[in-house]
Design a protein around this ligand. Sequence first.
Ligand SMILES: Cc1ncc(COP(=O)(O)O)c(C=O)c1O
Length: 333
Amino acid sequence: MIDLRSDTLTRPTDAMRKAMARAEVGDDVYGEDPTVNALQERVAEMFGHEAALFTPTGSMANVLAVASVVSPGEEVLCESSAHIARAELGAHGAISGITMRTWTHPRGKVDLGAIESMYAPDMGPFFVRTAAVSVENTHNFAGGSVLPIEELRELRAWADTVGTRIHLDGARLWNAHVATGTPLADYGRVADVLAVCLSKGLGAPVGSLMVGSADAIDAARVRRKRMGGGMRQVGVLAAAGAYALDHHVERLADDHAHARLLGEALGLDPDSVDTNIVVVDRPDAPAFVARAAEEGVRIAAVGPRAVRLVTHLDVTRADAEWAAVVLSGLAGR
Ligand SMILES: Cc1ncc(COP(=O)(O)O)c(C=O)c1O
């Protein structure tokens, strides 16, 4: 089976498991796990922020990050297929008491005109106050698309003018960095607060981080504990993340090349595939997915007419080439 359903499916490599076994640990609720502390400092520095907090999941990092800039009864604006809107099971409303309004862009991009017209300053008892704008880079359900740094800078400039905050869901920001060469610190500079994942293309079994100001991280540490996310000798997991940062960032370029190959096999312009995710419109999505599985290629339906393929660490060039043959055959190409 070649499994292209998600880049979360990777299993830790032998070398990563060895790094985990060797990790120095302590009780992280006491702030005494040296491996976690080192990872948090390293990631904060990579993005030019003061501090970072290790979380079990990207969803928790997003919930903590958004709640650090949006209070209960306020709203965050985001793209309509953003992970925070579609796939975090209402956590931002259910847990943080915040609402969302959305703009729609087929590639998940920033639409500054739409954002400006939706933006609601504090109007007392009349409208929900917009406290932040959230952007996702790369954008998962829009097919791994990269948000160009220039557009993010324009959003930052506008946000500074009106006095609103920016949350960046950077679950796959590493992919955007490798695809464009944009330094991670440049992405860090456009956001007040970020979430990044080690458990997607980087291949760690678990782990994400919220990145932001020291005050925001202090408050998030309390919220994380309240949510049951206070972990103890979690350096064994942070060690996997540190290993992934050392060894699995640059190789994302291979995943991107494999995704272009698969996109082309399904009739897309390979240049429209920015990173490691391919989303194609298939009116027969569930049946297409079932037929692919029968041929040994697992892919996912992410809507009644949308099929998603994701390349990752456990998909070799030969796997991608074989999957391309199978899928183009099924697509009648
Ligand atoms: C863009 C994006 N943000 C956040 C998440 C949440 O990560 P997790 O599954 O670790 O909660 C995902 C998961 O796939 C994602 O694609």
